[in-house]
Design a binder for this molecule. Structure first.
Ligand code: WT7
Length: 656
C-alpha cells in the first residue's frame, strides 16, 4: 500500500516558560516521564490509582480492567458512584460559596451561581424528574439553549441515573425526531426559545414537530419547558409541563442514585459519514475520570482559574469541558449563550476581560473566522488574565495558531492543541503545558496512559517519521462503550478485523515526526491520491491559510485522467473576491504557485475556486464530502440536513 505522504514543513518550536513550568501540575520532563513509565509498566495500576485519587466512590472498585468481552471493555466495574455527586456534593464541604458558573446571556446579562446554589437547583430539578416517574436507565433528550438550566438538566439526569442525550439546539425537528426514536426517550427537556446573535431561535415548536413526525412517537411521556424567552408556545396539557411548575414545592434534598461504574452516563449522537447517526454511549466512571485527569494535566487546572470552554453542550466538548470536567474539579467557569460575532467580533475578547478568564478553549473555525472579522480586535481588550489557550475540533493551521498565540495569548500563554473525539470522551493527544514544547499545527504527544500509534492498513507500525492511520493500541477508561443498540456497528467501526481487532481506529490520517510528535492530516475518508501519492487535506489547507490573503481553505479531490486525482481548493479570502475574472484568475494562479513553493509541486492545486464561505456542519467542521461532490460535478443530491449554512450551496455550484 502507499503510505500517506506528509508535505508539511513546520519547524517553529515554543518551549514552556520557566515560570509556567514551576507552577504546573505536571512540571517538567521528569514528572512527565515518571507518569509515562508508570502507565507503561503497570497499566491497570496506573488507571486504578488515578480513579481512586480523582473520583469519589460510594463503593470502591476491586477490579480495574475487564477485557473478557473485548472490545466491549469494562473499567472499575464493581465500584459504585454518582457523577453529579462527584461534580457537586463533594465540593460542598470545601468550596460551597465558590462561583461554579458565570453565565452571560446573548444580551450581556450576567448571572452567577455558587456550588451550593447549583447543587440546590440540581437536587430540586432531579426531584422533579423523579416525580414524573423517570428512573435509572430511562433516556431523556435535552434540547436547550446554552444556559445554567441546560447544565442543571444534565446533572439532574446523572443524579437519578437517567441517561441523557443532548441534541444541539440548531438541529432540525427531523434530526431531533430520529434521536428521540432511536433512544426511545421518555422525556424531552427543552425551552421556549434561545437567543443567539440578537435573534430568537424557537425550540419548543421543533420538539412538537419532532414528536408528531411519522404518525407520532409513543415513547415521550413528558416535555419540560424552560421559559428562557417570552416566545408563546403551543401547549399539550397531557404532556407538557413548565420547568417552574415542575420544581414548585420540590425538596432540595435528593439522594443520588448510586450506579455501577459502567452505567451509561449519556448517549451523544454523532453523524457518521454515511447513514444514520451513531449513538455514542459513554460510561459513568471511566468517562468522568478522563475529564478529571485532562482538566489537571492539559488545562493545568488551578483553584483560582476562570475556565471558559466556548463549546455548546450539544457537542462532546460541551459535555466534557462544560457540564462535567470543570465541575468535577470544582472550577469556576464561564458559560455563554450567544455567538462570537455579536454584537461585534470582539465579543469573546471583551468577555475574557469582563470575567478575567484565565483558560480559554475554542475551535479553529472560530479562530479563523475571528481573524477574518478583525485581526487586531483582541488588542482592544485587556487579555492579561489569560494564562492558557486551547484548541479543539480540527487541525489548527500553523498560521491560525501563531495568530492565537500572539494576538490573544500575547506570546505569554501556551496553546494546547487537543486531539480527541466524541468517542474518546476526553483528550488523547495534547501537550502538557508545563512539559511539552509546542509546534504550531501539531497536537504534540499522547497523554500518559494513552498508547497512540500510526499503523498501515494491516495494523503494522509505520517507520518513525512516516504517516498512516492513527490508532490507540490499548483500551482506556474514557473510551465509548458501544453504539446505542448497535454493538455490531461499534465493533466494525472502531475495532476492525483488518487491523487485528484490538486497536481502536480513530478514522484520522496522521504523521508522527522524528521527535514523536503527532500531526493530524485529516480524515482517512478525505485523503487525496495524486499521482500515486496519498496526501492529507490538512497540510495543503494550512499552506493556503499561511498566505496573508487567505482566511480559510478546504481541499478535495476530483478525478483526473493522468494524476488519478486533481486537487481542487476552495478558498475564502480575508477581503472581497476580486470582481474582475482576470484579477481572480491571476490571484488563483498566484495561490497555486504559493502552495507549490510552500510544500512542493506535488501538492499544487489544479484549480482554485473562491467562495465567501465554506460549507460547515453545525459543529463547525468543513463538509468536504459536499465540496467533493460539487467539484466532481455530481448532480446527485447529498444529505445537507446537517449543513449550518445551506445558502452557500448555490454560490459554491456557481463557483465551479
Ligand atoms: C474529529 C473528532 C473532540 C471534540 C470535538 C470534535 C478532528 C478534533 C482535533 C485536533 C486535529 C482534530 C479529528 C477527530 N479533531 N480535534 N486538535 N487536531 N483534528 O469531536 O466531532 O467527534 O470529531 O475531529 O478528525 O477525529 P468530533
Amino acid at each position: 500500500m502507499t503510505l500517506i505522504k506528509s508535505v508539511l514543513n513546520e519547524s517553529r518550536l515554543f518551549r514552556p516558560e520557566k515560570e509556567f513550568v514551576e507552577r504546573a501540575n505536571v512540571s517538567g520532563l521528569k514528572s512527565y516521564t515518571a507518569l509515562i513509565e508508570e502507565a507503561t509498566q503497570n497499566y491497570e495500576g496506573f488507571w486504578a490509582r488515578l480513579a481512586n485519587e480523582n473520583l469519589s466512590w460510594k463503593k470502591p472498585f476491586t477490579q480495574t480492567l475487564d477485557s473478557s468481552q473485548a472490545p466491549f471493555f469494562k473499567w472499575f466495574s464493581d465500584g459504585l458512584l454518582n457523577a453529579s455527586y462527584n461534580c457537586l456534593d463533594r465540593h460542598l464541604e470545601t468550596i460551597p460559596n465558590k462561583t461554579a458558573i458565570i453565565f452571560e446571556s446573548d444580551e450581556g446579562h450576567v448571572t452567577k451561581v455558587t456550588y451550593r446554589e447549583l447543587h440546590r437547583q440540581v437536587c430540586v430539578f432531579a426531584n422533579g424528574l423523579r416525580s414524573l416517574g423517570i428512573t435509572k436507565g430511562d433516556r431523556v433528550i435535552i434540547y436547550m439553549p446554552m444556559s445554567i438550566e441546560g447544565v442543571v438538566a444534565m446533572q439532574a439526569c446523572a443524579r437519578i441515573g437517567a441517561i441523557h442525550s443532548v441534541v444541539f439546539g440548531g438541529f432540525s425537528a427531523k434530526s431531533l425526531h430520529e434521536r428521540i426514536v432511536d433512544a426511545e426517550a421518555k422525556c424531552v427537556i427543552t425551552a421556549d426559545a434561545g437567543h443567539r446573535g440578537g435573534k430568537i431561535v424557537a425550540l419548543k415548536p421543533a420538539v412538537d414537530e419532532a414528536i408528531a413526525l411519522d404518525g407520532g412517537t409513543e415513547c415521550v411521556k413528558s416535555v419540560i419547558v424552560y421559559h428562557r424567552s417570552v416566545t408563546p408556545v403551543q401547549w399539550f396539557a397531557e404532556r407538557d409541563i413548565h420547568w417552574h411548575e415542575l420544581i414548585k414545592g420540590k425538596s432540595d434534598v435528593c439522594e443520588p442514585e448510586w450506579v455501577e461504574a459502567e452505567h451509561p452516563l449519556f448517549i451523544l449522537y454523532t453523524s457518521g459519514s454515511t447513514g444514520k447517526p451513531k449513538g455514542v454511549q459513554h460510561s459513568t466512571a471511566g468517562y468522568l475520570l478522563g475529564t478529571q485527569t485532562s482538566m489537571k494535566w492539559v488545562f493545568d487546572y488551578r483553584s483560582n482559574d476562570i475556565f471558559w470552554c466556548t463549546a455548546d453542550i450539544g457537542w462532546i466538548t460541551g459535555h466534557s469541558y462544560v457540564a462535567y470536567g470543570p465541575l468535577g474539579v470544582g472550577a469556576t467557569q464561564v458559560i455563554f449563550e450567544g455567538v462570537p460575532t455579536w454584537p461585534d467580533a470582539g465579543r469573546f475578547w471583551q468577555m475574557i476581560e469582563r470575567h478575567k478568564v484565565t483558560t480559554f478553549y475554542t475551535a479553529p473555525t472560530a479562530i479563523r473566522s475571528l481573524i477574518k472579522a478583525g485581526e487586531e480586535l483582541p488588542l482592544n481588550s485587556d487579555l492579561s488574565s489569560l494564562r492558557l489557550l486551547g484548541s479543539v475540533g480540527e487541525p489548527i493551521n500553523p498560521e491560525a495558531w501563531i495568530w492565537y498565540y500572539e494576538k490573544v495569548g500575547q506570546k505569554r500563554c501556551p496553546v494546547v492543541d487537543t486531539w480527541w473525539q466524541t468517542e474518546t470522551g476526553s483528550h488523547m493527544i495534547a501537550p502538557l503545558p508545563g512539559v511539552t514544547a509546542l509546534k504550531p499545527g501539531s497536537c504534540t504527544q499522547a497523554l500518559p496512559g494513552i498508547f497512540a500509534a500510526i499503523v498501515d492498513e494491516t495494523g503494522q507500525d509505520v517507520e518513525p517519521g512516516k504517516s498512516g492511520i492513527l490508532v490507540i493500541k490499548r483500551p482506556f477508561p474514557s473510551l465509548l462503550r458501544t453504539l446505542w443498540k448497535d454493538p455490531a456497528r461499534f465493533k466494525q467501526s472502531y475495532f476492525p478485523e483488518e487491523l487485528g481487532g484490538t486497536f481502536y481506529l480513530a478514522g484520522d490520517a496522521a504523521n508522527r515526526d522524528l521527535d514523536g510528535f503527532f500531526w493530524i492530516m485529516g480524515r482517512i475518508d478525505d485523503v487525496l491520491n495524486v499521482s500515486g501519492h496519498r496526501l492529507g487535506t490538512m497540510e495543503i489547507e494550512s499552506a493556503l491559510v499561511g498566505n496573508a490573503l487567505v482566511a480559510e481553505a478546504a481541499v478535495v479531490g476530483r478525478p483526473h485522467e493522468i494524476k488519478g486525482e486533481a486537487i481542487v481548493a476552495y478558498v475564502v479570502l480575508k477581503k472581497e473576491i476580486p470582481s474582475s475574472p482576470t484579477e481572480a484568475h491571476a490571484l488563483a494562479e498566484k495561490l497555486k504557485l504559493w502552495v507549490a513553493s510552500e510544500i512542493g509541486a506535488l501538492a499544487k492545486p489544479e484549480e482554485i475556486r473562491f467562495t465567501e464561505q465554506l460549507p460547515k456542519t453545525r459543529s463547525g467542521k468543513i463538509m468536504r464530502r459536499l465540496l467533493r461532490s460539487i467539484a466532481q460535478g455530481n448532480q446527485t443530491l447529498q444529505d445537507v440536513s446537517t449543513l449550518e449554512n445551506p445558502a452557500i450551496l448555490e454560490q459554491l455550484k456557481k463557483a465551479a
